[in-house]
Design a protein around this ligand. Structure first.
Ligand SMILES: Nc1ncnc2c1ncn2[C@@H]1O[C@H](COP(=O)(O)OP(=O)(O)OP(=O)(O)O)[C@@H](O)[C@H]1O
Length: 389
């Protein structure tokens, strides 16, 4: 591969659905309330695909059908028409037993948090762990850790009547997340929270999506703060999904990738998929980001700002928008080829080695590009194939 790739890198963003494992697939979903003369159709021919680990926001005017679709996906109501598959379970045909099974893998966060008034915060959260039993000590530890992460460490023994609306909401969130569910479905989860608590909740959801469980998160929200944490926005109007688009962060990453020389010519779908595996990092002017000769475990792409690259102690070149650097030593079998220092504050898009391997597996065009770059590289680089991190 050219030194361009070897000195390049990438990042975490947002995708169009086609990327990895699809965990929500809706095809032509209709839904009506009532029957006979009172029958009112509220969902019309909805199509949606969401991949594992995506954070997707659903927006739209009141009454547009967001909650109805969310509750169909959560197997809280029965499908009527169309096809709906969630976590590989066909809900178009599922009976009550299968619906109940599916719900065990989902963390629900609704505005009516339905806490048990006679139980403490800890006991309310503890109830949820019965679904995935471990030892009592382990269950307590998990519950306390989750309540503490949500800023309720001092209030674990309080009852709902002794908690504010926002605190009760956070207990309900802890209850939904304590089992690290495969999927989180949430209806306005931050509506009653102050800015700081909202941030904590959003960071927590994002970290579940990015972590080993690759939890898929679907949120109905009008909260603008959520957008920075999301991969995709689905907009509903009058019972129909009318737009399904990448969020601004994802769009920024895809644009920067499109400007990256060694990715030139790859389709937008491939770049979107790749962007889905990338994260955003901000670095201050003066920081050294990678050092020549070290083992590296990530690639970086410059999203904004300028960095300076040095080889063997000599100034080599500047790194501007869309240019990449870094190294995944375990894959490319070479150390970081240059030292890179931030000349100005930087926004960097980062692709970690684990996500690099996932991205290779998820997209044939990207994999082919890496192979062809490797084929043109020095002999030391021609035997990558170590697909273990
Ligand atoms: N149980 C019900 N019986 C009859 N009609 C219902 C029922 N629940 C919702 N509806 C109607 O279905 C339509 C879609 O409602 P839904 O709650 O899904 O919309 P929404 O987009 O989530 O609204 P909001 O943002 O106000 O929560 C609305 O016209 C609503 O009045």
């Amino acid at each position: 591969m050219s030194s361009g790739l070897l000195t390049t890198t990438m990042t975490r963003a947002v995708n169009m659905p086609a990327g990895g494992e699809v965990v929500i697939r809706a095809v032509g979903v209709n839904y009506a309330y009532g029957a006979g003369e009172t029958r009112t159709q509220v969902l019309f021919d909805n199509h949606l695909e969401i991949s594992r680990g995506e954070v997707v926001i659903m927006t739209g005017p009141s009454g547009s059908g967001k909650s109805t679709l969310l509750t169909l996906i959560g197997a809280l109501r029965k499908m009527q028409e169309g096809y709906l598959e969630v976590l590989h379970q066909n809900l178009s045909k599922a009976g009550e037993g299968e619906q109940v099974e599916l719900r065990k893998d989902v963390g629900f966060i609704f505005q009516q948090h339905n806490l048990f008034t006679s139980l403490s915060a800890l006991e309310n959260v503890r109830m949820a762990t019965a679904l995935k039993p471990a030892s009592p000590a382990e269950m307590d530890r998990r519950c306390i850790e989750m309540l503490t992460r949500l800023g309720l460490g001092e209030r674990i023994h309080h009852h709902p009547a002794e908690l504010s609306g926002g605190q009760k909401q956070r207990v309900a969130i802890a209850r939904a997340l304590v089992n690290e569910p495969k999927m989180v479905l949430a209806d306005e989860p931050t509506a009653s929270l102050d800015a700081q608590s909202s941030q904590i909740v959003l960071d927590l959801l994002r970290s579940l999506a990015d972590g080993p469980t690759k939890t898929t998160v679907l949120l109905v929200t009008h909260d603008q703060r959520v957008i920075d944490k999301a991969d995709r926005i689905v907009n509903m109007i009058a019972g129909r999904i009318v737009t399904n688009s990448l969020t601004k962060v994802a769009v920024r990453i895809v644009r920067a990738l499109a400007a990256t020389s060694w990715l030139e010519g790859l389709s937008e779908a491939t770049l979107s998929r790749l962007a889905n595996y990338m994260t955003v990092e901000n670095r201050a002017a003066g920081e050294t980001i990678v050092a020549q000769g070290q083992e590296g475990d990530r690639f970086y792409v410059v999203g904004s700002g300028v960095a300076d690259a040095y080889k063997d102690g000599q100034y080599d070149e500047e790194k501007c928008y869309g240019e990449s650097f870094g190294m995944i030593t375990s894959y490319f079998k070479m150390p970081v080829p240059e030292t890179v220092t931030a000349r100005t504050d930087l926004e960097l898009y980062v692709l970690h080695k684990d996500d690099f391997l996932h991205a290779l597996a998820a997209d044939q065009s990207f994999e082919a590009r890496i192979r062809s770059l490797l084929a043109g590289a020095s002999p030391a680089l021609q035997e990558p194939a170590a697909t273990t991190p």
